[in-house]
Design a protein around this ligand. Structure first.
Ligand code: VGL
Ligand code: ZN
Length: 198
């Protein structure tokens, strides 16, 4: 068996004190580092937005953070400015073992489209390249952890299952934003897609 650990967006802006802080986001770092010893491959994702990104509420006059708008590719939550390329907020959490990473996937770098998933941007068609990377390495089993359970982990896990990977999400090593029931919706959506919640 060849298993990869996919570590989603464990970055300063998603940890307490960050611009889009996920409650308890920093509590999962030690457990993620420990899990790296049990897998063949480690992939980190990094939310990586240009300043003025279209997913930022500040880019839409008249809209506030956490409102929903319609984009050409579908509905989009508007977020506080976060994970801007080159800022401290976009860096991985200081204690995350980044040395162990074989691959770092950056996403959300196109100004006009957001990318929650590690596999496809929010139009659900533009690939990040991660599918090809994993396939060419012969990896079929994935364990996913990170931030946030109900957005980037959820979208990544569902896409991976659709692509044919066998996906486990370690819920104890994820933390959620939980916007209007988004955590419960994510849990049932992942389960329906064939993802195993551990
Ligand atoms: C995320 C909102 C905006 C995430 C990224 O990592 O879950 N959420 N950008
Ligand atoms: Zn983002």
């Amino acid at each position: 068996m060849t298993r990869a650990l996919i570590v989603i967006d464990v970055q300063n802006d998603f940890c307490p004190g960050g611009a889009l802080a996920v409650p308890g986001g920093d509590e999962i770092v030690a457990g993620i580092n420990a899990l790296m010893a049990e897998v063949e491959a480690v992939v980190l994702t990094q939310d990586w937005h240009p300043a003025g990104h279209s997913s930022f509420a500040s880019s839409h006059a008249g809209n506030a953070a956490y409102e929903m708008i319609e984009m050409p590719y579908g509905p989009q939550v508007l977020w506080p400015d976060h994970c801007i390329q080159g800022t401290d907020g976009a860096l991985f959490h200081d204690h995350l073992n980044t040395d162990r990473a074989d691959m770092i996937v950056r996403k959300g770098y196109r100004p006009a489209i957001d990318s929650y998933s590690a596999f496809f941007e929010n139009d659900h068609t533009t690939p990040t390249g991660l599918d090809g990377y994993l396939r060419t390495r012969g990896i079929k089993d994935l364990t996913m952890v990170g931030l946030a359970t109900d957005f980037c982990v959820n979208f990544s896990a569902v896409d991976a299952a659709k692509l044919g990977f066998k996906v486990d999400v370690r819920m104890d090593l994820c933390r959620a934003i939980d916007l209007d029931g988004s955590l419960a919706a994510a849990q049932s959506g992942m389960t329906a897609a064939g993802v195993t919640l551990v």
